[in-house]
Design a protein around this ligand. Structure first.
Ligand code: ADP
Length: 517
């Protein structure tokens, strides 16, 4: 949940969707593990509300439930008295993550049972809470919980919650009864000894509605991947709803992290943000510094803000660093790797490039810096191999950064190429299809030519102008290059509404379609 326990887009979605539902008059409580890494100063009115016990592996574990407000949204924090959720980060503590989330799934239902609260909807996310629908229908529904119905949102199908029957039994269910095709068996392991379970598949089978995070990803998941057959069997309850962004948290007109505010009709503040970041990161060249503002506008700044994992197109990110440098642009990568080998590779790149004055590779997670980079950026790069939805391109647009993306999943639903003349009204960025470096190069080349200041392309255009003036004007009009054209694109992307206003209603329709009246 952003900002207190955020690793990627899921955190933004939980906060943004909850806020929009609250604004529409629904009652919402978010339930979270009380991760030790949560900074308590972000929680207001924190109070202990219930002390109770929940089952795990033959024991009843004492738990405290706290209530508090995070960014005005009510949250219930479940804190077990054992080692679960201890550590300095949301994931990767020294406890067994699978067991911790099995425990959490049951502890949420146990809390509803002891407090006699019966919500209309329990909305679970990802494999971590995939066992909750099993626990609900096979245990708590036979106890006191009658009313709730279940929605599962799948944010990323690659993480499917691999689990043995014995591990599932630790939450009190009989794991041996779930190893069938119509329940939770991982279909790929059928006939193996032992077969495995998937908590995500169990969640798909046992939830009343299943949602994934964009219409294109919905189609992709129905066509490929081992879960496709389960999703096809459950097609009537499976839908794709595009994520929105939380426009209260992501608002360049009010953003407390920015040195200057701006909005679509008044973009001067964006220049200040760019200059601030260039100076702060030592990006502006000596010459540029002497010339004051000039360097800010002449050199396009590309940013890439990402978890550094294979899904995000690591080879394309490293290639972009190279190509942007060749084109005479500037680039900042803000990324955090969870894999040591990836971290080493990017550390190597950082050592190589951070000495110069045009590239910065910052290997960390920083919410504050991410806000400043979105505000400073001319181009936001998202070269993902697959991308269920992607929020980075939407946040970038809100901050006036033109997206340059690979055409996959939610990126294909939100970014439309400037040179696709079949739907000019939608055009809002640069799109490439291949996973090869040449495809990325050509999109970067086109973006730089639109920016109109790429030294390389400008030189080519100038040469053309000198050589064949009529051909050159044709080239120019084809390229649409020039700062005014760029300003028009920036304004256009800032005006696009990617907020939850557009899609929260679809979730509310799903809730209404399954709730018991
Ligand atoms: P995913 O959920 O796969 O990580 P999304 O594009 O849906 O990708 O969401 C990513 C979110 O995480 C965005 O809010 C982005 O700004 C943020 N983010 C990613 N990496 C970092 C980082 N290193 N520092 C700060 N924020 C980051």
């Amino acid at each position: 949940m952003a900002p207190i326990a955020k690793v990627g887009g899921l955190g933004d979605v939980v906060t943004g969707l909850a806020r929009t539902c609250l604004l529409r008059g629904h009652k919402v409580d978010i339930m979270l593990p009380f991760y030790e890494c949560i900074q308590k100063q972000h929680i207001s009115d924190l109070e202990l509300i219930t002390s109770y016990s929940s089952y795990h592996d033959g024991n009843w574990i004492a738990c405290n439930a706290y209530r508090g407000l995070v960014s005005s949204i009510p949250v219930i924090f479940i804190e077990p008295s054992n080692q679960f959720f201890k550590g300095q980060s949301v994931y990767g503590g020294s406890y067994n993550e699978l067991e911790a989330y099995l425990f959490f799934s049951r502890a949420c239902l146990e809390w509803l049972q002891v407090t006699r609260i019966q919500p209309d909807i329990i909305h679970v996310h990802e494999w971590q809470t995939g066992a909750l629908p099993l626990l609900y229908w096979d245990m708590y529904h036979h106890l006191s919980l009658q009313k709730p119905r279940l929605v599962l949102t799948i944010h990323n199908m690659e993480h499917y919650g691999e689990c043995s029957q014995e591990q599932l039994s630790k939450c009190g269910l009989d794991g041996s009864t779930y190893g069938t095709v119509d329940k939770a068996v991982d279909d790929r392991t059928i006939g193996h000894n032992p077969e495995r379970l998937s908590l995500l598949k169990g969640g798909i089978v046992y939830s009343n509605a299943v949602v994934t995070v964009s219409p294109t990803y919905l189609n992709e998941t129905l066509c490929s991947g081992w879960l496709a057959s389960s999703l096809i069997r459950n097609r009537n309850k499976y839908s794709g709803i595009l994520n929105g962004i939380d426009t209260a948290m992501w608002n360049p007109a009010t953003d407390v992290f920015l040195p200057a505010k701006f909005h679509a009709n008044k973009t001067e503040g964006k220049r200040t943000c760019k200059r601030y970041v260039q100076m702060g990161l030592g990006l502006a060249s000596e010459k540029g510094l002497k010339n004051g503002n000039q360097v800010t506008d002449k050199v396009p700044l590309v940013v890439c803000i990402t978890r550094l994992v294979a899904q995000k197109g690591l080879h394309l990110i490293t290639h972009a660093i190279n190509h942007v440098e060749k084109l005479g642009g500037q680039m900042v990568v803000l990324g955090k790797a969870s894999d040591v080998r990836v971290e080493r590779e990017f550390e190597g790149l950082a050592n190589l490039y951070n000495q110069g004055s045009s590239m910065r590779i910052l290997l960390m997670y920083s919410e504050e810096l991410s806000h400043m980079l979105y505000a400073a950026a001319d181009i936001v790069l998202v070269p993902s191999i697959y991308e269920p939805c992607g929020l980075v391109q939407m946040i970038g647009m809100r901050y006036g950064a033109v997206p340059l993306v690979r055409k996959t999943g939610g990126l294909a639903d939100t970014v439309f190429d400037m040179d696709d003349h079949s739907q000019p009204e939608k055009a809002n960025g640069f799109v490439f299809e291949g996973i090869d470096e040449g495809s990325l190069n050509s999109a970067l080349d086109r973006a730089f030519s639109y920016y109109g200041e790429s030294r390389f392309l400008c030189k080519s255009i100038t040469m053309l102008l000198t050589m064949f003036s009529s051909a050159a004007s044709l080239t120019r009009s084809l390229l649409h290059a020039g700062p005014n054209e760029w300003r028009r694109i920036v304004r256009k992307v800032m005006e696009i509404d990617n907020s939850w206003n557009n899609t929260a209603e679809k979730y509310i329709n799903v809730y209404n379609s399954i709730r018991v009246r």
